[in-house]
Design a protein around this ligand. Sequence first.
Ligand code: NAP
Length: 278
Amino acid sequence: MKSCKFTFWEVLINKKEFKGKVALVTGASRGIGKVIALELAKCGASVAINYNSNLRLAKDTLKRVRSFGVNGEIIKANVSKEKEVKYLIRKTEKKLGPIDLLITNAGILHVPKDVLDLDYTIWKKIMSTNVDGTFLPIKEVIPGMIKRKFGRIVCISSIAGLGKRPNMIAYGTSKASVIALARNLAEAVAPYIRINTVAPGLIETDMAKAFSKETKKNIIKNTPLKRLGTSEDIANSVIYLLSEQSSFITGQTLIVDGGKVVLPVSYTHLRAHETGRN
Ligand code: NAP
């Protein structure tokens, strides 16, 4: 068999999959968002780098994005505030052009010491950052994407939104909402816009500092692939879902967690199998 000269990844980079496209990544000053911004730049996209408070790190992302020979801008905006999100979209489009690729990545985590510490102030903060912060940028970009008949959106959720996490009730609920939002929107915005979700397991970023060494060891023990995830693992999946390699995929959740969560086959599937329907 003739061996393929390039990997899937090299093909996307070599043909500059996103050349001429404008991408906006929320929460791209550090962590997963930063690596997504860099991978998009590698594939030729102009990248708007959103941040909330960390200007120094956002500047570093910008420098590295521009080192790939593409345009980049940093834009401060709190994604939980409608006014600031409107400004974020306006500024991106003014500086770089209409948004083709949106990655809603900005998010926060809170792990209460007591599982029943259901603090309403914290609940509201998590919901507004993780859910409103996903909804607002999507709401702002959809009309333009529909008009131009092109749009790709990837939302970052979490496996906490899929399973049960008694110590992360607010966070888990917010991440389940992100999945429901993307799933419900997918049909409404089809066929020109595709929207999917990535659900990471534990990834080694600042956010993971909320967990003790012991907890991390346990997670690794219970993960079939025997390691924690990296921001690159998540960025690779995001790039795939934005690219034309996934052109028949919308409304889906891609779980990237080393096999930790294995979803049961749904009852509907079993019934269809039993009755010979599909
Ligand atoms: P991180 O290292 O803590 O970085 C969070 C990013 O979000 C930063 O760029 C931060 O900006 C930005 N941000 C936070 N609140 C914001 C707001 N209100 N407005 C705009 N930007 C805001 O987190 P991460 O680990 O990269 O997580 C990225 C996404 O992946 C989140 O949605 C998270 O829930 C999800 N996720 C992470 C893990 C994990 O284990 N790390 C697992 C599953 C899912 P500043 O730097 O300016 O504060």
